[in-house]
Design a protein around this ligand. Structure first.
Ligand code: 13P
Ligand code: SF4
Length: 348
């Protein structure tokens, strides 16, 4: 559980770390949330980047794919989505008749912002043979213009399954798209968007860290730049990062993604050590509960806001009917391909 920021030990004090939320504050809030959950018949879904206290009260914590799969099968009446806006929208598209709330309505995503639906529609008119593959980190309106949705956990599999006679257009993350092209050998036109948080990781600072921790395995999210991916022992979605760390015989890992994921890694891999990769030129010490790289959108959600959104049933996700209907098709296609072993997957 973290909340207040405090300074690191001497020598690394340029970057603040999160101080655990006290038990005195956590316990009553958690009790209130559990009572509301029962009263509303709600399910709490949380992304791996959420602050630890939110992860600790959630029914399910996972990556974008796992969260969509949970949303697709939930029997709850209310979905409390602790993540960012596009994730809650996806849950709403899969559950148009349910209430979906997001603790902070401003929890956006730089990838979603980089790809306005009208600009995508304009590009699509330039080639009638485009088959549009949209990373789930995009708006519902962009999903409605797409043929299939992917997450970092299934992008490779879905691109392998794409029709051979089509010209693939991949939006909005050019780094993920580039990585998938490298894996599949399938050329794609790439939209020029990126995750502002992941492109802050750089080769030089990672090389320094590798020198400091020569035994550590380097685990990288595919939203990172190629110069960083080239230094990785494993490149995968946040959920697969956790599986990799659990199953690897290594004892030490450098984690190149948002630092919220360290909470689950520490909980689920006792005795192993996680070093949060620095952005730009900063060094971290192992074992710190640090905030080397945080997504400013993911971190807008707090435990208090989770309680409040359940009390008020707001901010609520609402979408126009035509968008709800049209955006559902590519998400369902993704879930179907993801669940089908005959498409042959090396990644999930
Ligand atoms: P994952 O689906 O791998 O959890 O990624 C989501 C995300 O937003 C990464 O920045
Ligand atoms: Fe979007 Fe990047 Fe934040 Fe993920 S980490 S939600 S891609 S801004």
């Amino acid at each position: 559980m973290t909340e207040v920021l405090e300074k690191q030990p001497p020598g690394v004090d340029r970057f603040p770390v999160r101080k655990p939320m006290t038990k005195e504050r956590f316990d009553p809030l958690a009790r209130e949330i559990f009572a509301l959950k029962k009263q509303l018949n709600a399910v709490i879904l949380a992304h791996n980047y959420q602050v630890p206290e939110i992860q600790d009260i959630a029914d399910y914590v996972g990556d974008s794919l796992g969260l969509s799969q949970q949303a697709a099968q939930t029997k709850a009446d209310v979905i409390v989505f602790c993540g960012v806006h596009f994730m809650a929208e996806t849950a709403k598209i899969l559950n148009p008749h349910k209430i979906v709330v997001l603790p902070d309505k401003d929890a956006g995503c730089s990838l979603e912002e980089s790809c306005p639906a009208d600009k995508l529609a304009e590009l699509q008119t330039t080639n009638p043979n485009f088959w549009t593959i949209a990373y789930i980190n995009c708006s519902a309106a962009v999903k409605a213009l797409s043929d299939v949705i992917v997450t970092s956990g299934n992008a490779e599999k879905i691109v392998r399954a794409a029709p051979q006679d089509k010209d693939l257009l991949f939006v909005p993350d050019e780094n993920l798209g580039q990585w998938v092209m490298e894996q599949t050998g399938r050329p794609m036109t790439l939209w020029k968007g990126n995750c502002y948080a992941h492109v802050e990781f750089r080769r030089d600072s990672l090389l320094k860290l590798k020198k400091q921790f020569p035994e550590a395995k380097v685990v990288v999210h595919p939203e990172s730049l190629r110069e960083v991916r080239d230094l990785a022992d494993a490149i995968c979605s946040t959920e697969k990062m956790i599986t990799y760390c659990k199953t690897s015989p290594a004892r030490q890992f450098v984690i190149v993604t948002e630092s919220g994921i360290i909470h689950r890694m520490q909980k689920e891999c006792p005795g192993k050590e996680f070093v949060c990769a620095p952005t730009f030129d900063v060094m971290r010490l192992p074992g710190d509960n640090c905030r080397c790289s945080e997504c400013k959108y993911m971190k807008l959600n707090t435990l208090e806001k989770v309680r409040d959104c359940m009390k008020r049933l707001a901010p609520r996700i609402e979408l126009p009917e035509p968008i709800l209907q049209r955006a559902r098709l590519p998400i369902e296609r993704m879930l179907e391909i993801s669940a089908n072993p005959s498409y042959g997957d090396r990644t999930r």
